[in-house]
Design a protein around this ligand. Structure first.
Ligand code: KG4
Ligand code: ZN
Length: 337
């Protein structure tokens, strides 16, 4: 099987080729246009996808030493994501499928984050999967291939979104997650106790209160600018501490509740060094296995879409040309009802 994966759910236009011999290419065109706005502007994202998608796919085929004639299935992100962005990828994939008589598979972006663990490894089922990105924070009990039980998710901001929004309050560039991570390494994580929300709930998350708490904490300082000059690293460390404590406490709950021997972490925030350290400590203590994909497969990419498409194709999970994008899980449920 030769699978072409296409991802365009947010601000990354990406294409990858995955075959029986594994991953052949993985191309990502990131959209710099959003930086000046401190966040993704949906309309600009759609236009940028439109402009770069053909070039990106061509490059993935070239680097994978293959061409369209050899591709038997196109796996494309169906959702969740920005509707305009999803539509560009989906319409492009359908067009190619129709023109070249290629099979189509619609991939759930959140599933793909979970199965990104299968690009270089093969975690044993069942396992608990934490997906932490700019758009999502989810704990899933994966009992078998494509058998998922959602344990909990965020009620408001995603973990990455919290990093990014707090970064904005601190005057840091977007996306702020990596910057806060770097600064946190030079600061004191216990400098200030920021709130760890919803610890009374086993698996649900909430991060918007933390953002508000950072805002008020800074406003309480006599001279905010001077305070940040002296303590930016400490604030970054304390914020990282609060976010990662919640994530790891809920991971522990999920592993203990399900009794699994393996856990996985994926999504952009899995790059976070404090989270990685704490997750490693947790698996050592619980004597279980931890899988975190290579960094390039943690942030949004098409390799994860292609590998998920490959696993779906093996199970005959193909889509038809009526495949429609969905912006969020609520819309997906409605579509299926
Ligand atoms: O998975 P991803 O590339 O895109 C989404 O699907 O959202 O995740 C991007 C998010 C951003 O919010 C970014 O700030 C965050 O991941 N991120 C990090 C780190 N690297 C990326 N957050 C904390 N620490 C990091 N090292
Ligand atoms: Zn993602």
């Amino acid at each position: 099987m030769n699978i072409l994966g296409i991802e365009s759910s947010c601000d990354e236009t990406a294409a990858a080729v995955y075959t029986d011999d594994g991953l052949k290419s993985n191309i990502i065109a990131s959209q710099a246009v959003h930086e000046q706005y401190g966040g993704v502007v949906p309309e600009l994202a759609s236009r940028a996808h439109h402009k770069t998608i053909w070039r990106t796919v061509q490059q993935a085929l070239d680097e994978g030493s293959t061409n369209l004639a050899d591709i038997d299935t196109i796996a494309v992100t169906q959702g969740p994501g920005l509707m305009g962005s999803l539509l560009v990828g989906l319409c492009f994939a359908k067009g190619l499928c129709l023109a070249r008589d290629i099979k189509l598979i619609g991939v759930n972006h959140m599933d793909a984050h979970i199965y990104s663990n299968f690009i270089d490894n093969s975690p044993e089922f069942p396992f608990v999967a934490l997906t932490v990105s700019g758009g999502h924070t989810q704990l899933v009990h994966v009992t078998g291939p494509f058998e998922h039980k959602l344990l909990g998710q965020t009620r408001d901001d995603a973990a990455g979104e919290a990093f990014d929004k707090i970064g904005k309050i601190l005057g840091l560039p977007y996306p702020a997650g990596p910057v806060i991570d770097e600064r946190a390494q030079h600061g004191d994580p216990r400098f200030h106790d920021f709130p760890q929300a919803m610890l009374d709930q086993d698996f649900e998350f909430s991060f918007s209160g933390l953002k508000t708490s950072v805002k008020y904490y800074l406003e309480d300082q006599d001279n905010k600018e001077r305070f940040l000059e002296d303590h930016l690293d400490d604030v970054c460390a304390s914020v990282s501490y609060a976010i990662t404590e919640v994530l790891v406490k809920k991971l522990r709950n999920a592993v203990e509740h399900t009794g699994v021997d393996t856990m996985t972490i994926a999504g952009g925030v899995s790059a976070n060094s404090m989270l990685r350290r704490k997750a490693n400590e947790l698996v050592q203590e619980l004597d279980i296995e931890l899988h975190i994909p290579k960094l390039a497969y943690c942030t949004d990419n098409a390799a994860m879409i292609a590998v998920t498409g490959y696993m779906m194709a093996e199970r005959g999970m193909f889509s038809d040309m009526n495949l429609k994008p969905f912006a969020n899980l609520k819309a997906l449920k409605k579509m299926r009802a």
